[in-house]
Write a protein that binds this ligand. Structure first.
Ligand code: 89Y
Length: 346
């Protein structure tokens, strides 16, 4: 099979990990990099041996023959570059999470790609973390019976702004940045929600947006699901950059954690069994983010399979719109101090 040729738009902090993850997939070839500051594209190109670099995206689309693009620019520019790619006739467009800076733009993005006949995929990788995949397998085996209540947590004090200073300036922070992941994991594990209530707080005085959020959901099957996320929490077991999960079922419980130990404990009448989930490390990955970076390979592979018609990707634009809906319904709930019925939101 001929390799699929692609370009990456945006060479900021996150791009090195996504490019590294693509490097683990032999069926694709990165032919071009774009960044508005050319020297940054140049540096990444040298590190990963990419031949063509651009600081003008129009020129890139005019000159390169591409099977797909991977857009890793700032969230405010996602729509602009997705639109450019769709107008240039690119048939497969991958966009980093969060899809857009607001709910209306996210809907427009999905619609734009639909009109142009382009497939849109969102690089939503947390649901592909190895411990979460294993967790779902155990839960779906039926060992704890029907789940009746659950909790998904992300509590951390990791100095996230050191590597990604722009996060400090976001008017909406933790629900868009981490909530996109946490709420998507909730959908992956438990399906869709019917209503939610949210409260947010800003504990760090040096940032614009909120760094603490609690979202209480009722799932379509009636199950209560408590989610919490915080970058202001000094806890014994820091959860960066994964989540901890507790599911209670009629016949037992399954717990993932504590922190990033990647341990799954399953408790039934027969006692508690412990499984530690193992996964490989890579030279291009940052050890502080390892489970997160490793999962990038799996989301890329899933999207590639869809591109070569070997399946349907999990994180299509349409699918991810449901995660974006939860994020913005949460802000609406926090603003109004009211429960949001999701069928009325959007
Ligand atoms: O979005 C998050 C992720 O995927 O890892 C880093 C991050 O931006 C920080 O919260």
């Amino acid at each position: 099979m001929e390799k699929l040729k692609f370009a990456v738009l945006g060479t900021g902090f996150w791009a090195q990990f996504q490019v590294g993850a693509w490097g683990e997939i032999p069926e694709v070839e990165l032919v071009a990099l774009y960044n508005r500051t050319r020297s940054k594209a140049q540096a990444l190109a040298e590190r990963f041996q990419v031949s063509n670099i651009y600081n003008d995206a129009t020129e890139l689309f005019a000159k390169e023959r591409l099977d797909f693009v991977d857009i890793i620019t700032d969230v405010d520019t996602h729509f602009k570059f997705v639109e450019m790619a769709a107008d240039a006739g690119i048939k497969h467009i991958i966009c980093q999470k969060p899809m857009a800076p607001d709910w209306e733009t996210a809907k427009r993005m999905v619609e734009k790609c639909r009109q142009k006949g382009a497939s849109l995929y969102i690089h939503e990788n947390f649901r592909w973390q190895a411990p979460l995949r294993r967790f779902k397998e155990i839960m779906d085996s039926g060992i704890i019976g029907r789940p009746f209540k659950a909790r998904v947590s992300f509590l951390s004090n990791f100095p996230v702004f050191d590597n990604q200073p722009f996060l400090k300036e976001l008017p909406h922070f933790i629900l868009t940045d981490m909530g996109s992941h946490v709420l998507d994991i909730c959908r992956y594990l438990f399906g869709e929600a019917s209503k939610l209530w949210c409260q947010t707080r800003t504990m760090n005085p040096g940032i614009q947006g909120e760094d603490v959020a609690v979202v209480m959901m009722e799932m379509a099957n009636g199950m209560p699901l408590y989610t919490e996320m915080s970058y202001a929490s000094m806890v014994e077991h820091d959860m960066f950059s994964t989540v901890n999960v507790l599911v209670e079922g009629e016949k037992g419980t399954i717990a993932l954690g504590p922190g990033n130990s990647f341990e799954i404990r399953t408790t039934t009448t027969r006692g508690t069994s412990l499984e530690k989930v193992e996964f490989p490390s890579y030279g291009w990955a940052d050890p502080n983010y390892i489970v997160n970076h490793e999962s990038g390979i799996h989301v890329n592979r899933d999207i590639l399979n869809a591109m070569i018609q070997k399946g349907k990707a999990e994180t299509t634009g349409e699918d991810n719109l449901e995660t974006v809906r939860l994020v913005w319904a949460s802000y609406e709930s926090a603003k109004r101090g009211e429960m949001i019925y999701l069928k009325n939101f959007g």
